[in-house]
Design a protein around this ligand. Sequence first.
Ligand code: NCD
Length: 314
Amino acid sequence: MATKKKVTAVKNTPKHLLGIQNLSVLEAKEILTEAKSFIKLNRGSSKKLDVLRGKTQINLFFEPSTRTQSSFDLAGKRLGADVMTMNMGNSALKKGETLIDTAMTLNAMHPDIIVIRHQDSGAPNLLSQKVNCTVINAGDGRREHPTQALLDALTIINRKGNIEGLKIAICGDILHSRVARSNIYLMNMLGAEVNVIAPKTLMPEGIDNLGVKSFTDMKKGLDGCDIVMMLRLQNERMQGSFLPSKREYYEFFGLTPEKLKFAKKDALLMHPGPMNRGVEIDTKLADDINVSLVKEQVELGVAVRMACLKLYCK
Ligand code: NCD
């Protein structure tokens, strides 16, 4: 007797952007190529597309954010999505609701995309297992911040033409930085050489296993670098004392015009923001349009987030 074949519906599993670590080179390059096409649109007078018309995007921010939150907000709106941004400081979480309860509540409203920033590493992964829509990580604890690394890559490509063969220094609070981790994965993947520079107390153990060279001396670490990426001291993630004083930190690790000279002559400076002027960076240098790419990073951030929303929400 012929056996009846059971026909099961193909489940349309949503795609998630949880980290650079889960990304292939091809996927990263596809996002960057797509993002390039949005740069011109964002500079024009008519910025609205209908790629995500009818889609609902929820931005779920459990940590304060200026750049990332507004960037995702604008990106979704420019693609025509209905965007709702929830500042979770005011939510039922304060009344004891867990992340999972919140996820189930929001899931019942049929969103198509949830963008999440959370203080706990792994929160976006957990969320992605509980909802039926695309989840995009906008920064989780000290783990990853994939769209920041992608916008940093796009900014470098826009200026230098390519990432392959460049020498990139990431300096500061490497230990607590999700930006550092995502950038290490991405820049390595795209063929750059990466140096990390930090005081011993802010250098994660075993960092060299990620394919970087580590330094505790700015002069040595910046030598021959094309890009100098500065990081904020993440005071909110520090329990206990990691540094003698901010003044001493600035003395040894703050980027000044003098220290920038250790890098290549045409080296460019980046910072994900928010900047602590006078702590990790000299205030004039931060605004020097001849070397600082900080504003360009913010600008291209919208293009990168548009690309991610478009490619991941299908
Ligand atoms: C970064 C973050 O939140 O991880 N900021 C950002 O997204 N632009 C870096 C930081 O807060 O220092």
